[in-house]
Design a protein around this ligand. Structure first.
Ligand SMILES: Cc1cc2nc3c(=O)[nH]c(=O)nc-3n(C[C@H](O)[C@H](O)[C@H](O)COP(=O)(O)OP(=O)(O)OC[C@H]3O[C@@H](n4cnc5c(N)ncnc54)[C@H](O)[C@@H]3O)c2cc1C
Ligand code: FES
Length: 305
């Protein structure tokens, strides 16, 4: 496997420590500061490490993830949708799926503690993105990872060029971070275009259709633009080639590809595609990486969350 993308360090096998512990398997206690019910099946929780020193120093790159653990129930990976520029606390967006997430929904309340280890994986190569225009495309829960990068870029606004976000969801009620995105658009900090796959009833006057249709409405200077895409395999199948057709280089389009994970450390092999471990070498890859290893997208069954 040859990785030729800029900004990625290849780590085949190494003993890692994580910000949360010298023992990368040991979770640190994090306190739930706030729980927002966004939809019946989706919550945003704000967390702060119980250890004040860890709370102060915990940092990560946008696009990295953590493993959330509940004693006696299990562990599951979650993207970091907030930015390391907002030190002290961090957020997770959690959709009810199986045992760990159902436990969080049914039992975890403000003031409770859960286990967190990480940050894990390789996130977006922010140094390679600095100074460039960013064309971001997300669908469904793919907005979670993109939102972490978006928040980072907004906090360091003068270090990045023009930012365009093309964001779609199945229906209007599935669109997340609505107020926040509207305020970015109002302030002129980002150009935000939203669409939905279908509309039942009234209340949506925006476009209806796939995200890649929105590309027709935006200006792209390919020489200075990097692409960011996050969503399902079907979404990648429709949005990436139109980005390439607008002139974006394949090694400057970044995808977040997730798989079922256990250790998150490149040890157990659950997330392996050949010799590539999605948990270690990803979850962020370039399109060029994915073309060199087609199973990365072909076998990817996630929804980009
Ligand atoms: C890098 C990464 C980032 C992620 N970020 C987010 C995020 O920000 N927000 C979010 O909500 N989710 C995110 N996910 C997805 C989340 O980790 C999964 O939904 C996770 O499985 C939930 O854990 P659980 O214990 O609740 O569900 P599980 O008990 O693991 O069940 C989840 C689903 O998988 C099925 N399942 C269980 N075991 C198996 C198996 N062995 N083989 C096949 N299917 C099985 C279950 O029937 C269920 O439908 C992310 C995943 C990855 C890899
Ligand atoms: S989750 Fe164990 S190797 Fe990636």
């Amino acid at each position: 496997v040859s990785f030729q993308s800029q900004g990625f360090r290849l780590i085949r096998s190494e003993t890692r420590t994580t910000a949360t512990s010298n023992n990368p398997y040991a979770p640190a206690e994090a306190r739930v500061m706030r729980v927002q019910e966004v939809r019946p099946d989706l919550r945003i929780i704000d967390l702060r490490f119980a250890d004040p020193e860890l709370a102060r120093t915990f940092t990560f790159a946008p696009g990295q993830f953590v493993l959330l653990s509940v004693l006696g129930v299990g562990e599951a990976p979650f993207s970091l949708p907030s930015s390391p520029t907002r030190a002290g606390s961090f957020q997770l967006v959690i959709r009810r799926a199986g045992s760990v997430t159902s436990y969080v929904f049914d039992h975890v309340r403000e003031g409770d503690t859960i286990g967190i280890r990480g940050p894990l994986g390789h996130g977006y190569p922010v140094e390679a993105l600095r100074g460039r225009n960013l064309l971001m495309a997300a669908h469904g829960l793919g907005i979670i990872a993109v939102r972490g990068l978006l928040q980072y870029v907004m906090d360091l606004r003068d270090q990045f060029g023009h930012v365009t976000l093309l964001y779609g969801a199945e229906s209007p009620d599935q669109l997340l971070f609505t107020d926040e995105l509207a305020s970015l658009q109002r302030r002129g900090d980002a150009e935000v275009h939203r669409t939905v796959d279908l509309v039942r009833g009234r209340g949506w006057s925006g476009p209806i259709g796939p995200v890649h249709d929105l590309l027709a409405d935006v200006e792209v200077d390919p020489a200075i633009t990097s692409g960011i895409a996050c969503g399902s395999a079907a979404f990648y199948g429709t949005v990436i080639e139109p980005m390439v057709a607008r002139g974006l280089a394949k090694d400057r389009i970044y995808l977040s590809l997730e798989r079922r994970m256990e250790c998150g450390l490149g040890k157990c092999g659950h997330c392996a595609v050949g010799y590539t471990f999605t948990c270690l070498h990803g979850p962020v890859f370039t399109y060029w990486d994915a073309l060199n290893l087609p199973e990365l997208i072909a076998d990817y069954s996630g929804d980009g969350s």
